[in-house]
Design a protein around this ligand. Structure first.
Ligand SMILES: Cc1cc2nc3c(=O)[nH]c(=O)nc-3n(C[C@H](O)[C@H](O)[C@H](O)COP(=O)(O)O)c2cc1C
Length: 374
């Protein structure tokens, strides 16, 4: 299917359907010599896996990754890294009643209009399960970034009306609650709220925030390959994402220029620094050396266990009650997906940046040939 490949130098192609045999990804462009083993990838996949708490679907999928190529004796070889996760606990019969009807909030209608054929057992390519492939590829990118001192950390910023408080922020708390919120007190209130909504039965949305730390100034290209534009594309491509922000984002539209501009100052070692970071670490599409901060707004899970109005493929009005196992909120499992998309985008632009200046290319090749005037 067209549209399954992302990136220019660090290129990923994901494949597979939620109820097909497997989900997989090919990562092409990862440099040789990066230490990598299945455990590095599994760690990330385990954060996305369903069945971990009552807020995640009860499907018991092991989501065990196998590296098929591109790694030899624990090191990347510079050749395509192919990874597969076999689908094990798919109950396709839960989806039998969806053959002829369109689920509200899903891509059923639009896929039918576009292709005239669709895998109705779950979302096919638009399923949340496709994100397994992104997370596996993102884990490789995260290893690459870590080797350069760059970290990518996402967490739940808000769940429905409950927003993590900056004064309570503690990243250590993130993995201690079921919502992946770095504020224990707000997480407890939000968990109660999710239970209340589940009981209706209904679903809800929230916001994931992601911080990229240690990124040097100069990443991103002007015009169409701006770092913020590339991040927006990657993050908006995740299912259920309906909004994207960099830095102060939509709040910047309500600020005055004097409040929103980040004044420059001299750092302790005479380097250029910014006194504030309303811009979220990107100016003119290029990283400025401060933290890159982005947010993704997730809509409520579209599959809800209450009757909804819809139409059949034949155009008859009807009612649908969705069976199957669905999260009341996708945000906790999407945290690592946002991290993965941010890591993939950053790895690609870091590599692209290496070709941006003659002086660095000459240093890299150890050659200084004749200039134009000679
Ligand atoms: C990690 C993840 C898990 C998801 N799990 C579910 C789910 O269990 N049930 C559901 O209805 N939607 C789920 N979704 C959302 C749907 O995939 C998505 O809303 C749908 O394909 C329609 O696409 P759109 O919201 O981008 O328009 C999940 C999304 C992500 C990122």
């Amino acid at each position: 299917m067209a549209g399954s490949t992302l990136g220019t130098i660090w290129k990923v192609t994901t494949w597979g359907e939620s109820h097909g045999k497997a989900i997989g990804v090919v990562v092409d462009g990862c440099p040789a010599g990066l230490k990598l083993e299945e455990a590095d990838i599994q760690k990330y996949l385990d954060r996305r896996r369903p069945g971990q708490s009552k807020f995640t679907t009860k499907r018991q999928e092991a989501d065990q990754v196998e590296i098929l190529s591109g790694v030899f004796e624990g090191m990347t070889t510079g050749t395509p890294i192919s990874m597969v996760v076999w689908n094990i606990d798919q109950r396709s019969k839960d989806y039998g009643n969806l053959m002829e009807v369109y689920r509200p909030g899903h891509g059923d209608y639009t896929f039918d209009k576009k292709y005239g054929i669709r895998d109705y057992r779950g979302g096919g390519r638009s399923s949340g399960r496709e994100t397994i492939a992104r997370v596996a590829a993102g884990a490789v990118a995260a290893c690459f970034l870590k080797s350069l001192g760059i970290t990518v950390t996402a967490y739940t910023r808000s769940v429905g009306p409950y927003e993590a408080k900056p004064e309570h922020f503690n990243i250590e708390e993130r993995d201690k609650n079921r919502l992946y919120m770095p504020d224990q007190e707000t997480a407890a209130l939000a968990e109660k709220y999710v239970e209340e909504i589940m009981g209706k039965p209904d679903s809800l949305g929230g916001v994931v925030e992601c911080v990229i730390d240690g990124i040097p100034a100069g990443i991103g290209d002007p015009v169409f390959e701006k770092y913020d534009a590339a991040l927006a594309k990657a993050v908006m491509s995740i299912g259920a994402v309906k909004g994207f922000e960099i830095g102060d984002g939509f709040a910047a539209a309500r600020a005055l220029g004097s409040q929103n501009n980040d004044g420059f100052c001299k750092g302790t070692e005479n380097e250029v620094e910014k006194a504030t970071n309303h811009a979220g670490g990107i100016l003119g599409g290029i990283s400025d050396g401060s933290q890159v901060i982005l947010r993704a707004a997730f809509k409520p899970t579209p599959s809800i266990a209450q009757p909804q109005k819809t139409v059949t493929r034949g155009g008859e009005e009807t009612e649908i009650v969705i069976k199957g196992r669905h999260d009341p909120i996708v945000v906790p499992r999407a945290v690592v997906v946002v991290e993965a998309m941010a890591a993939l985008t950053t790895a690609d632009l870091l590599l692209a940046n290496m070709a941006s200046r003659m002086d660095r290319i000459q240093v890299f090749y150890g050659r200084h040939g004749a200039g134009e005037d000679d």
